[in-house]
Ligand binder design. Structure first.
Ligand SMILES: Cc1cc2nc3c(=O)[nH]c(=O)nc-3n(C[C@H](O)[C@H](O)[C@H](O)COP(=O)(O)O)c2cc1C
Length: 192
């Protein structure tokens, strides 16, 4: 087999949907990434919107036209385009999901089409309202939403005095069965 015939390792992005300075999102995403690396041969990469620092949508044309004017938009498009699947890790904020995540979705368009997307929401009761909204929006951009979405319940008992998750490993372990189903759905979608 020549080097060109070597199958490419799929890349799964874990998108951190919250950007607050003290947040559970990055802790959860890192922990989910560790679990995913244990059971997957894919390349698992955490994409933190707090680090991407995408500007608020400032494209003069509708992103659906694909005529991106700004290099930061083209860079974000390359990030999403380069992922074979995305695990979106989102909190529930006041019955919805965070504005920076909506901005990250809306900034590009075609790059989401047919992209396998697994939703992982969290909140006191699993963030189901955020999952409902994300389901609607990812449906509009024609992503391949994988079922079932994963709901992580985190109460105040799961936090330390600073507001961080006291034991993200234990929290993720508590939801491991759901996450394993999600990882399997991604692998089925990727045909590997
Ligand atoms: C602005 C805001 C609104 C929130 N609204 C809800 C909510 O509607 N339902 C819920 O279960 N938790 C809610 N929470 C609690 C969050 O689920 C919890 O703080 C979570 O850790 C937020 O994610 P983050 O730490 O990654 O930002 C809210 C938190 C914030 C900051």
């Amino acid at each position: 087999m020549s080097a060109d015939d070597t199958p490419r390792t799929p890349v799964i992005g874990i998108l951190v949907g919250s950007t607050r300075p003290v947040r559970a999102g990055r802790q959860l995403a890192d922990q989910i990434a560790e679990l995913a690396r244990l059971r997957s041969e894919a390349d698992i990469t955490v994409i933190d919107l707090a680090e991407v620092n995408l500007p608020w949508l400032d494209e003069p044309k509708m992103p659906a036209l694909g005529d991106y004017q700004h290099e930061h938009t083209r860079a974000w498009a390359r990030v999403i385009d380069g992922l074979d699947a995305v695990i979106v890790v989102s909190p529930q904020y006041n019955g919805g999901y965070p504005a920076p995540l909506k901005n990250a979705i809306d900034t590009v368009y075609a790059e989401w089409r047919d992209k396998p997307v697994l939703l992982v929401t969290y909140g006191f009761h699993g963030g189901s309202m955020a999952a409902q909204q994300l389901t609607q929006v990812f449906g509009v951009v024609k992503a391949n939403l994988l079922e079932p979405p994963i709901a992580i319940s985190a109460t105040n008992d799961d936090r330390d005095a600073s507001g961080h998750l006291a034991n993200p490993c234990e929290l993720v372990e508590r939801h491991r069965a759901q996450l394993e189903v999600g990882f399997a759905a991604i692998h089925t979608a990727l045909g590997c």
